[in-house]
Design a binder for this molecule. Sequence first.
Ligand code: DAH
Length: 336
Amino acid sequence: MKAKEIIKNIIDDFDRSCAAVTSSEEWNEVRVRFLGKKSAVTALMKQLKEASPEEKKALGKAINDTKAYMERCLEEKKKEAGRDEQKKLPDWSLPGRGQIPGKVHPLTTVRCQMEDIFIRMGFDIKQGPEMETAWHCFDALNIPETHPSRDEQDTFYLNKKNMVLRTHTSPVQIRTMLEQKPPIYMIAPGRVYRNDVLDASHSPVFHQVEALAVDEKITFGDLKGVIYAFLTELFGPQVKTRFDNSFFPFTEPSAEVYMSCFCGGKGCSVCKGSGWLEIGGAGMVDPEVFRAVNIDPERWSGFAFGFGLERMAMLMYGVPDIRYFYENDLRMLKTI
Ligand code: DAH
């Protein structure tokens, strides 16, 4: 057989064997078989010695080319196997899955901001029970038995006699005034309950922030000044306030508090075109309330107000639906 044919057979055989390699042992076997001392190529080299000078040159080149080809193929095969092998191993260079850090709930953020502002103005933070006596929640606040807010449709009555889930944070006013003598400057943020529908602007469980100031010669001007200072701190110096007359059994006179809308008063969908946003109720503490807690209304006067925390947070973050605060949807919580 001519050397050319022998080489072609060797290459065909090599190609088949190399293609069939699936492990490093097989790869090594193929390398030894085709390039080792006992290989067909080595045997051919030995034949070189007997060849004529011209043949020597041609055959020598063919043998070298064949060896180089086989080496290239084996190298390629090795890389390929390496890649496959790597696929089975974890890729340590991949970025980790990471941990999503916890985040303060937007309602907590707003509550803390409000607390900070009032603390700086000299107010204390007070708390009261969510399970409240009807006396603290209603009677002491001059809300008589016949008042519609005591209706079973609004109030969650508990099985225990005269106990309710507080419908507002105002009973904390009563508890504080029973506990300490004036002067009193306090706010009470907390959860309240009403037997209400659940829709975009109502929830049976929500939060209020109550405020009470009792001192000598407290006036409605003080009330307006504190609310103005608070709102401009929270929302910015562009905020204007407006007080509309209203009625609450525990304040006289009473007011509904409005702040200018973020549209600058032009009218938008948030303020329904009015330019104003209602944020809560306020007023001067009714003498009847002072009498219920044994504070002399001739000597002391006071103001009080109650704002909805969710309402504040909705305005601050542009949240259109109160239910978003309770659903814990990460898409909402992350953006705030
Ligand atoms: N407690 C009232 C409510 O839940 C809000 C309120 C109005 C609180 C006037 C006050 C106040 O302290 O002075 O609707």
